[in-house]
Design a protein around this ligand. Structure first.
Ligand code: UDP
Length: 425
């Protein structure tokens, strides 16, 4: 008999559309061994119904990762769905506080926030009227779904995408009983696994990027030039870019300070600060207002978002054609943005934090710098801007690191291996 989560009717969690990507299209980019593994795993998991649940269908790395990983899984013939939880602004304000706290921010977890979180999760658990064999719950927002809904006969996995190396105790202690119910946990790096969760079945899986997606596929220099000037930068002058959600951990205001320091030594330099507004990130609006205030009247700074025309293609162009891309993260679960940029052979100055250093081993990709040391970040940015040959060399080495380690195909293999293990196939 087939295992399944039990059903209880009612309105359902919203389904997100998933494309289908064929394995054949990836074959020129991966090894034969990887292709064989993907075929073997998908054969073993055929007939199992797999569900991923997260908080938002767009904006941020998790939705990016799901969109490409699940398209390839569908292309492999797997029965995989993606659903998002429901929630109002108040709930997502609370979960953003949880997110920040799990990355180390101080937070006392007031009673009211607990209630908001549990009430919405209980509502979502009642919408979980679905029949699946393997359920993967992403990040802190939906953690209690398993306990509140009941496991049925399905196996449940919690996938943590954030840097939980120094978690706020109040939030971790509050979530722990819910996390303890899961059959397995996935973290990006070993150092993110909190000590009191180490007795669980744990798999370490860094994310990966989809080389075939509109965000990453090749574009001609002419297309890039036209899109850059359409968005509002002058392609004949040097461009420094950061592409990130408007989130304090990505420190966009710090990027403006670095840009101003760098511009003193690289006249004509422009800054593109591109951000996306995610459904589960209400904090972003306040930060965007601060960024606008800070950059107001400075014609060399472009601030733009998904709401004003920055889609996948535009991000692709800026990652490909900027002279240097900066990622001034203070905390970073992985930073898909880094692999995306390096895949295009563009060199970076990035915060030496969380998942970023594994993407930029010494001598590849660019410079890793203590993100609090803005003077050094500016210095390294000037160095790269002045040395096109060095940029090219570091960028090319960065692309190879991504090809070998951070493509979506490797990610899908790691994830399916865990699912096959849990399903005992
Ligand atoms: N992103 C985007 N448009 C933006 C800003 C970000 O499409 O204006 C995408 C970016 O390309 C990447 C993802 O959002 O795919 C961010 O993922 P990352 O892991 O770097 O950070 P997160 O937002 O998950 O903290």
């Amino acid at each position: 008999m087939r295992n399944s989560a039990s059903l209880d009717g009612g309105a359902l969690l919203n389904l997100v559309d998933i494309a289908t990507e064929k394995l054949d299209d990836y074959l020129p980019l991966i090894t034969r061994e990887q292709a064989d593994k993907l075929r073997d795993l998908s054969e073993r998991l055929k007939g199992h119904r797999i569900l991923h649940v997260n908080a938002t269908p767009y904006g941020g790395g998790v939705s990016e990762l799901l969109r490409s990983a699940l398209a390839l899984q569908r292309g492999l013939g797997l029965a995989v769905d993606w659903r998002v939880i429901a929630g109002e602004t108040k709930f997502f304000e609370v979960t953003k506080r949880f997110h920040n706290a799990l990355q180390g921010a101080p937070y006392a977890l007031p009673e009211e926030d607990r209630d908001t979180y549990l009430l919405q999760n209980s509502f979502n658990a009642h919408q979980f009227g679905h029949d699946y064999d393997l359920v993967i719950i992403h990040d802190p927002q939906p953690v209690p779904l398993l306990q509140m809904h009941g496991r049925g006969d399905a196996k449940w996995v919690w996938r943590c995408h954030i840097d939980t190396s120094e978690p706020n105790r109040a939030v971790l202690d509050f979530l722990k009983p819910y996390i303890d119910e899961y059959d397995a946990l996935i973290f990006t790096l070993d150092k993110f696994v909190p000590d009191d969760l180490r007795d669980h079945k744990i798999k370490l899986i860094p994310p990966g990027i989809d080389p075939l997606s509109p965000k990453n596929f090749d574009l001609t220099p002419e297309q890039c030039r036209r899109i850059m000037s359409w968005v509002g930068v002058d392609p004949s002058r040097p461009v420094l870019t950061q592409v990130s959600r408007f989130d304090p951990w990505k420190d966009p205001l710090g990027v403006i300070r670095i840009f101003r320091e760098t511009r003193k030594q690289v006249p004509g330099l422009q800054l593109a600060l591109l951000g996306s507004m995610a459904l589960d990130d209400p904090e972003a609006w306040d930060l965007m207002a601060e960024i606008r205030e800070e950059s107001d009247g400075d014609d060399d700074i472009l601030v733009s978002t998904n709401l004003t025309g920055i889609g996948n293609m535009e991000v692709n162009v800026f990652q490909r054609s900027s002279d240097v891309v900066v990622q001034k993260s203070i905390r970073e679960g992985f930073g898909l943005i880094v692999s995306e940029t390096l895949w295009k052979g563009t060199s970076m100055v990035a915060g030496n934090t969380g998942g970023i250093p594994i993407q930029m081993p010494e001598g590849t990709g660019g410079y890793l710098v203590d993100p609090h040391d803005e003077e050094m970040m500016a210095e390294r940015t000037v160095e790269l801007l002045r040395d096109p040959a060095l940029r090219e060399q570091l960028g090319a080495a960065g692309r190879e690191v991504v090809r070998e380690n951070f493509l979506i195909t490797r990610y899908v293999i790691d994830e399916l291996e865990l699912l096959a293990d849990l399903a005992n196939v």
